[in-house]
Design a protein around this ligand. Structure first.
Ligand code: PLP
Length: 370
């Protein structure tokens, strides 16, 4: 059994993907070929935004977003402490200071009331300039954007949605319409790392926005700060393009994605039915749809439980055992253990079960462990 079964997915899509790759090999436009533009259009349509700018990976996507919002030394960017390292790394890489925020214990996402508390703290200390919030759609569940946007408006902060795991998730608005992950905040980012809900066969990422000016800046930053063309350089940028071959692969995977998302939801439902009396299983607030990047449960006895799963050949993973404020790389921020009680407790008690659309035949084995 695989934790994420990319081989089963490839077997299912092999003819279509092979054909797409062959087309690229034949036309030879390996960099910024026609598939990149086609994918950007399809992604904009799926996510429901005006502009998609693909790039080399999800970490670069965050860096490009921070560059576009002109975030730099002396700025504070608020982000959850319970997340993947890249969220906070991109902030520090931009020269700004990540200010960590505790999590909500049911959704695992950034806690709006703690967020406001930390913003007030930074303002009263007067050392850093509060500039932006990066909210993460952790494990596939969109963060509480209604509450986050309200706080951002109050303190005049930009919002970046880190939808690396959230792609495919949504929040249903008051008219019953799905607002999809990738469309929240001022700029949103995602990753096409192979294990993400929509993954390619290498590194890949994208930035989403409805703002014309940001879209133009993002396209420039992605190719060496280009002006009229890539030999006319009007600002310092990066080299962060999505390969045409990866775009071709993603086009076929995006076509299949809604069906896969439905399978992921069915699997999450049966996990819930069969495991909720033994573990604290994830809660999806009403009006929210998760992309189930991970199915993460809370155990009182994590080491023993993990051992029991592994003995039966069920691969499980711990995302994440270390919060950002506990990472050696962020030692200089002088955060103390105990400053983030919810996140610290999650880091000690969560683990994730296999989750992919081709898992059905393995489910009974997983349910028989308890
Ligand atoms: C994976 C991930 C990223 C980074 O994506 P890469 O494509 O691996 O650079 C950023 N944020 C979160 C929350 C992620 O899970």
């Amino acid at each position: 059994m695989q934790f994420i079964d990319l081989a089963a997915q490839y077997k299912h899509l092999q003819n279509k993907i092979d054909k797409r790759i062959k087309t690229v090999l034949e036309h030879g436009k390996y960099i910024m070929g026609p598939e990149v533009k086609e994918l950007e259009e399809k992604l904009s349509e799926y996510v429901g935004v005006k502009h998609t700018i693909t790039c080399a990976n999800g970490t670069d996507a965050l860096t490009l977003a921070l560059m576009t919002l002109n975030i730099t030394k002396g700025d504070a960017v608020f982000c959850p402490t319970f997340t993947f390292f890249a969220t906070a790394e991109a902030v520090a890489f931009a020269g700004a200071t990540p200010v960590f925020v505790d999590s909500n214990e049911d959704t695992f996402n950034i806690c709006p009331s703690d967020l406001e508390k930390r913003i007030e703290q930074v303002i009263s200390e007067g050392k850093l300039m509060p500039k932006a919030i990066i909210a993460v759609d952790l494990f596939g569940l969109p963060a509480d954007y209604a509450a986050i946007q309200k706080i951002a408006d109050k303190y005049d902060l930009k919002v970046i949605e880190d939808a690396a795991q959230g792609f495919g998730g949504a929040i249903i608005d008051e008219n019953g319409k799905e607002q999809r992950a990738g469309s929240f905040g001022d700029i949103a980012t995602t990753s096409f790392f192979p294990a993400k809900p929509l993954g390619c066969y290498g590194d890949g990422g994208a930035v989403f926005t409805n703002n014309e000016e940001y879209a133009a800046l993002l396209k420039s930053y992605r190719v060496h700060g280009k002006g009229e063309d890539k030999y006319d350089n009007i600002r310092i940028g990066m080299n962060s393009r999505l390969d045409t071959i990866q775009a071709a692969i993603l086009l076929e995977k995006l076509y299949e994605f809604p069906i896969e998302l439905e399978s992921r939801n069915k699997i999450a439902n049966s996990y819930d039915k069969n495991l909720s009396s033994f573990y604290k299983t994830p809660k999806t607030p009403s009006g929210y749809l998760s992309s189930w990047a991970q199915y993460t449960i809370i155990s009182e006895n994590r080491d023993l439980d993990i051992k029991a799963f592994k003995e039966k050949g069920v691969p499980v993973m711990v995302y994440y055992a270390t919060c950002m404020h506990q990472q050696t790389a962020f030692k200089s921020l002088y955060c103390k253990n105990g400053d983030f009680p919810v996140a610290e407790k999650l880091a000690k008690s969560v683990f994730s079960l296999p989750m992919h659309p081709y898992l059905n035949s393995h489910l009974s084995l997983i349910f028989n462990i308890k």
